[in-house]
Design a protein. Structure first.
Length: 277
């Protein structure tokens, strides 16, 4: 099989930095210094066979404002879509998120109504809508991957698991909000495997959930973490009823059935690898 040329946006980010270490194709990288908001600059980029669009402004606990989500996640995606059409790109792999709001049922499949509960998820919904329009109007082949909570080495501070390791390394208290909330966590190596698989996956348009298919409460993750590292962290628990979503667990049966992919690294294994790498 011919090796394909790939454009990876967000190549210097968390997932992107893991991906480019394993990608076996000729690759053009768009990192932090490359401005996706400049359509002229984007369109000047050499043609590739496949675009992996990872670049995105993400929410963090210390950054809950609205600034930048629309510009980066919507307009940046629009410019990438224009590039794909004008350069006759074979396929776009768009990295989205769990955009199901407060789920009506669990596990959540791809047919669940999409709902935004913050500026980030709203921007991802708008970006997905653009992808659907370009797929329909221009025949652009697009795969959308809706990721669960991704963790691993290089994850920025402001997320539960990265905060746990910061607390461990710096001997400081860990603050956990809504300890009973359950979320689906997937190790970054499993996400990279999915993205690589999608490069040669044949379809016109597809949406896949990508997660572990399991959910853990924040309190349970803390307990597993303490057991793995044989520590007892100082803990500060807070409740925020406004932001409380009891459970989000992704149904990954569709991607397992259609591609034979399945997550290989458990939460416990991922937590061990996170600290040992």
């Amino acid at each position: 099989m011919r090796k394909k040329s790939i454009l990876v946006t967000g190549s210097s980010g968390f997932i992107g930095s893991h991906l480019i270490d394993k990608i076996p194709h000729k690759t053009i990288l768009f990192g932090k210094k490359d401005n996706l908001l400049s359509r002229e600059k984007v369109l000047q980029t050499k043609r590739v066979d496949v675009v992996i669009h990872l670049a995105s402004k993400i929410p963090q606990s210390n950054n809950k404002g609205k600034e930048g989500f629309f510009e980066n996640n919507v307009l940046g995606t629009l410019n990438i879509l224009e590039y794909c059409v004008k350069k006759k790109v074979e396929k776009l792999i768009f990295i989205s998120s769990s955009i199901y709001g407060k789920p009506q049922y669990n596990p959540v499949n791809e047919k669940h109504p999409i709902m935004h509960n913050n500026p980030y998820t709203k921007s991802k919904i708008l970006a997905e809508e653009l992808c659907k329009i370009y797929a329909k109007e221009y025949g652009l082949k697009i795969i959308i991957l809706r990721l669960a909570n991704v963790f691993g080495k290089g994850l920025k501070s402001g997320f539960l698991i990265s905060n746990l390791y910061e607390a461990l390394e710096n001997n400081k208290p860990i603050k956990i909000i809504n300890k009973k909330s359950k979320r689906d966590f997937i190790f970054v190596d499993d996400v990279v495997d999915v993205i690589l698989l999608m490069i040669d996956y044949e379809c016109d348009f597809e949406i896949f959930n990508v997660g572990s298919g399991k959910s853990y409460s924040f309190q349970k993750i803390l307990q597993i973490f303490e057991k793995i590292h044989d520590v007892k962290l100082d803990k500060l628990f807070e409740e925020n009823k406004k932001e409380f979503i009891p459970k989000i667990e992704l149904d990954i049966s569709k991607i397992k059935q259609k591609t034979k992919w399945y997550p290989k690294i458990s939460l416990e294994e991922g937590l061990k690898k996170y600290y040992s790498n």
